[in-house]
Design a binder for this molecule. Sequence first.
Ligand SMILES: CC(C)(COP(=O)(O)OP(=O)(O)OC[C@H]1O[C@@H](n2cnc3c(N)ncnc32)[C@H](O)[C@@H]1OP(=O)(O)O)[C@@H](O)C(=O)NCCC(=O)NCCS
Length: 330
Amino acid sequence: MNTRILGTGKYHPDNIVTNEEISKRVDTSDEWIVQRTGIKERRVGSVKNDEMPSGMAARAAKIALEQAGVKPDEIDMILFSVTLPDYMFPNSASVLQHKLGIKNKCACLDINAACTGWVYGLTLANSLIKTGVYKKILLCGTEMASGFNNWDDRATCVLFGDGSGAVVLGADDSENGSQIIDSILTSDSSKRESLILPAGGAIEPVRQKTLDENRQWMSMDGQVVFKNAVKTMSSHCATLLKRNNMTVDDVDWFIPHQANLRIIETTGQLLKFPAEKTIVNVEKYANTSSASIPAALHEAVMDGRIKRGDTLLFAAFGAGLTSGATLLKF
Ligand SMILES: CC(C)(COP(=O)(O)OP(=O)(O)OC[C@H]1O[C@@H](n2cnc3c(N)ncnc32)[C@H](O)[C@@H]1OP(=O)(O)O)[C@@H](O)C(=O)NCCC(=O)NCCS
């Protein structure tokens, strides 16, 4: 039994925030942001428009279900990768079950591996499908990064955006070749504080003191994250190719986590992977954390770049510091 991506979907809020708009609030410029990150604009959702994680995921999931030709009640499990969920509990997967009108009481689980969460979810879903536990899994990566983004901190606020990507995964025993070929997941906890949202958890519930000290926002050591991202993504991809007797020539499309164009380009150079076979949309949406790979996948499927039978390589990194890569036949 293999795992096939039956359908893809995405959603980004309509509200566009440009670099120029941010530079009216903090001391930055379009030129600085584009040069260091490749980002030109990002989308920012609002709870009023049902653009909290569950609301964005519902829109992406409906497209993926429709593409897959799967009815909501056929889903056996919802895996929901999210860093800032709707609530601490119940999990966002349960809220999504409700929003999709699923009545079959399917299993619901949130995953938090930060920006790598969707790639982690893909490996978990593949294991559950291959071992026959479930037949159809809805896997979403959805992030409302604007909820932990400090709009007064120029070092981080320019980097993130909101959005959602979803796939429906199904058990497949046909000869069409679709399969998750291999994956690697890692986490380097020695660097766990280099990207952190310090308050809001059990250690430091948000109180007046937290707000006074601005600890409800994320903080990041950009250079540590950058170096680690390039190193882990390129080495995981190289390992996957080597242990499956493949080279970059065997890969049709590389979809790296859309965090920063310089990270994407440096990783590609280390892998000697051609830029024209790398999917990039970070300029439009910025870093949408674990939504970035499934949303970029959907975009490239819809515009005809990615076709059935293509070999795809995904790579991601994020807080933890987590990292992962997956090689698959679409
Ligand atoms: C964040 C990042 C773009 C910063 O680029 P950098 O080249 O490392 O820049 P530095 O942090 O060394 O800062 C250089 C200078 O630019 C300034 N700067 C930081 N953000 C700025 C901004 N938005 N606009 C203008 N100047 C800025 C700094 O204050 C610093 O000024 P100084 O030299 O006077 O102290 C880069 O480190 C990066 O991409 N890191 C990875 C981040 C990431 O992807 N995180 C998500 C992980 S999932």
